[in-house]
Design a protein. Structure first.
Length: 262
């Protein structure tokens, strides 16, 4: 199948290199990725400046590669709507492999997850993949790339539900130390919000984000707990943020308010 690969760490990152190499053994891989790191870009797109795109030499087994000045979300949007030919359009979008975890509520800020979300918005089955480790050498990503490739082959004709992204986090361990694969829900924020106040050599105040890791019970059914228990976490997430269970209750409240207001 045709797979569009992108990321938020840039087209030259080791994570995307390992992913492309693994996927291109069995699939047609097309790459549209940022020309530099765009981590924590969230689901932003470029509106008020030109979006530059340059085709570069195909890398790591990919059919064709482009780099852009845009955000991760831009990459998928412009790839599908402007860059790829009809016979190159993706059957699946895969974002990653991210350099570091994307767990819990922190996915709201993740360029990696937002890149995959853009694929889902466009109606394309999409996956976000992260290595839950601070190690960034090429060799560190090979197991995660192998797992992703095997998962795609295993899924076969299974159709990921619409509006849904599979968010995958793989512990930074050797294969024999991985304790399994679990389907999880999102945990809480992985880091607490805390800013450290500092003063630079010129006497100017600045702040450095210095949040601490949040602990969860070991038996929690969350992505954070899974990774801490040396398991690969797969979390189905969606961009459909309507709180449907609250609609009827809110309608009753608004009807009462409307009657009294007018």
């Amino acid at each position: 199948m045709n797979i569009l690969v992108s990321n938020d760490d840039g087209i030259l990152a080791n994570g995307i290199k390992a992913l492309i190499e693994a996927l291109s053994k069995n699939h047609n891989v097309y790459v549209v990725a940022p020309d530099r790191e765009r981590s924590a870009a969230g689901h932003s797109i470029t509106l008020h400046t030109p979006l530059r795109v340059e085709e570069v030499d195909a890398k790591y087994g990919a059919k064709r590669c482009w780099m852009t000045t845009g955000t991760p979300g831009d990459c998928v949007k412009i790839a599908v709507n402007a860059i790829l030919a009809n016979d190159e359009l993706p059957d699946m979008v895969i974002s990653g492999i991210n350099h570091g975890p994307n767990l819990g509520g922190d996915i709201l800020y993740s360029g990696t997850v937002s890149c995959a979300m853009e694929g889902a918005v466009l109606g394309i089955p999409s996956i976000a993949v992260s290595l839950a480790s601070l190690r960034t050498e090429y060799e560190n990503f090979k197991l995660t790339a192998e797992f992703t490739s095997n998962l795609i082959n295993k899924l076969g004709n299974y159709k990921i539900p619409s509006k849904t992204v599979l968010n995958i986090n793989v512990p930074g361990l050797e294969k024999e130390d991985i304790a399994g694969v679990v389907i999880t829900e999102l945990g809480k924020r992985i880091f607490s919000d805390r800013y450290e106040r500092r003063v630079d050599p010129r006497g100017k105040v600045y702040y450095w984000m210095a949040g601490e890791l949040i602990n969860e019970p070991e038996d929690a059914k969350t992505d954070i707990a899974a990774v801490r228990n040396n398991k690969i976490s797969i979390t189905p997430i969606t961009y459909d943020m309507t709180r449907k269970s609250f609609i009827t209750e809110l309608e009753d409240k608004i009807t009462s308010f409307e009657n009294n207001w007018w």
